[in-house]
Design a protein around this ligand. Structure first.
Ligand SMILES: Cc1cc2nc3c(=O)[nH]c(=O)nc-3n(C[C@H](O)[C@H](O)[C@H](O)COP(=O)(O)OP(=O)(O)OC[C@H]3O[C@@H](n4cnc5c(N)ncnc54)[C@H](O)[C@@H]3O)c2cc1C
Length: 296
C-alpha cells in the first residue's frame, strides 16, 4: 500500500506533528501524506478507504489542538495544492494556498475585498471550512464557488448560494464529509494603494493587540452574542494564568500561548480551566473556536 500511495505524493511514516501546527504541540501520525495534485488526492483517498485507514485533512494547523499520542491514520497536508490563477475579478486558488499569499496576489492585481484576511495564517481550504474572518468581514462573503471531493470521492463544484454559513461556521464544518480542494473568489476592482494602506493598518492593530511573538492558534473562544470572550476571561483575572508551558496571554486574554515547551495536555487543560472558571464566575458557557483533534 505504501508504494502505491507514494505514486501520488510524498509520504512519511510516524512523522512528528509538532511543526505542523502553530501551537507547536502534538505527537505523531502513522502516515503524513502530501498529495501532488487534486486528482492524486482522490487516488490517495481511494487507497486509504480500501485499506480502512482514517484520515485528517490538515491546512496550516492554525486552528487545531493536537493530541500528543500517535494518530492512528493519515494526516493529509494539502500544501502542494497551491495553484493560483487570476481571471478578471476572479481568483481561483487551490486549497493549500496560504491566505496571506492570496491577499498579496489580489492586491498586486488591484482586486479589493480580502484585505481583512492578510494576517490570518491559514490555508484557503481551512479558512473557507471555518469561514475565517476579522474586522466584521468574513471570507465566505467573497467566495463564488467551492470545489470539493465528496464522501463518494467525486469532485464537484458548489455555488455560493448553495452554501450556508455564519460567524465562523459553514456547511463544510457542520458536515465534515467534504474536502475543499479549490475555491473561486469574486473581488472588486480597486486601487492597490488603498489595499496596501488597509493591510498595513490591520497589521499594526494585530501587532499591538495580539501576542504574535509566541506560538498560538489565534482566538480560543468564539465571542458570545453581544460580548467578547477576551473581556470575560479578563474579568475572571485569568490573564497570565499558566498550566505547564501554556499561558493565558497577558496581551490578549482570548489567546493561549505556548510560552515554552507546552504539551498538548497543558493547552487542553488550560482551555478547560478557563472555560470552567468563566462559566462559574459569569455563567457564560464559552464555545471553543479551535478544534480538538483526536482527543476522544
Ligand atoms: C496569530 C493567529 C491569528 C489568527 N487570526 C484569525 C482571525 O483573525 N480570524 C480567524 O477567523 N482566524 C484566525 N486565526 C485562526 C486560523 O488561522 C484560521 O481559523 C484559519 O482559517 C485556519 O486555517 P488552517 O489552514 O490553519 O486550518 P487547520 O487549522 O489546518 O484546520 C482547521 C480545520 O479545518 C479543516 N480543514 C483544513 N483544510 C481543509 C480542507 N481543504 N477541506 C476541508 N477541511 C479542511 C481541518 O480538517 C480542521 O478541522 C488565527 C490564528 C493565529 C495563529
Amino acid at each position: 500500500m505504501i508504494d502505491e500511495l507514494k505514486k501520488y505524493g510524498d509520504l512519511e511514516e510516524h512523522a512528528s506533528t509538532k511543526l505542523l501546527n502553530t501551537y507547536k504541540i502534538g505527537g505523531s501520525t502513522r502516515y503524513l501524506i502530501e498529495p501532488n495534485s487534486i486528482q492524486d488526492l482522490v487516488s490517495i483517498l481511494k487507497i486509504l478507504k480500501e485499506n480502512n485507514i482514517k484520515w485528517f485533512i490538515l491546512g496550516n494547523g492554525s486552528n487545531i489542538i493536537l493530541n500528543s499520542r500517535e494518530y492512528d491514520g493519515a494526516f493529509i497536508k494539502l500544501n502542494k495544492l497551491n495553484g493560483l490563477e487570476v481571471n478578471g475579478n476572479n481568483i481561483y486558488a487551490e486549497a493549500g494556498v496560504m491566505v496571506p499569499n492570496l491577499v498579496k496576489v489580489a492586491t498586486d492585481n488591484s482586486l479589493m475585498g480580502l484585505e481583512f484576511a492578510a494576517g490570518i495564517p491559514g490555508t484557503v481550504g481551512g479558512s473557507v471550512y471555518g469561514n475565517a474572518g476579522a474586522y466584521n468581514s468574513c471570507i465566505m462573503d467573497y467566495v463564488q464557488s467551492v470545489t470539493v471531493i465528496d464522501d463518494d470521492l467525486n469532485i464537484k463544484v458548489i455555488e455560493h448560494e448553495d452554501i450556508n454559513y455564519s460567524y465562523r461556521m459553514t456547511d463544510f464544518k457542520n458536515n465534515k464529509k467534504q474536502i475543499i480542494v479549490a475555491v473561486k473568489f469574486t473581488l472588486t476592482e480597486g486601487e492597490k494603494e488603498r489595499s496596501i494602506a488597509l493591510i498595513n493598518d490591520r497589521r499594526k492593530r494585530r501587532l499591538e493587540s495580539q501576542p504574535l511573538e509566541y506560538p498560538s492558534a489565534g482566538s480560543v473562544f468564539r465571542n458570545p452574542e453581544g460580548d467578547f470572550a477576551g473581556r470575560l476571561v479578563e474579568i475572571c483575572d485569568l490573564k497570565g494564568y499558566k498550566i505547564g508551558g501554556a499561558e493565558v496571554s497577558e496581551k490578549h486574554a482570548n489567546f493561549i500561548v505556548n510560552a515554552g515547551n507546552a504539551t498538548s495536555e497543558d493547552v487542553y487543560n488550560l482551555i478547560h480551566y478557563v472555560h470552567d472558571t468563566v462559566k462559574e464566575k459569569t455563567h457564560v458557557d464559552l464555545l471553543c473556536e479551535q478544534e480538538f483533534i483526536d482527543w476522544e
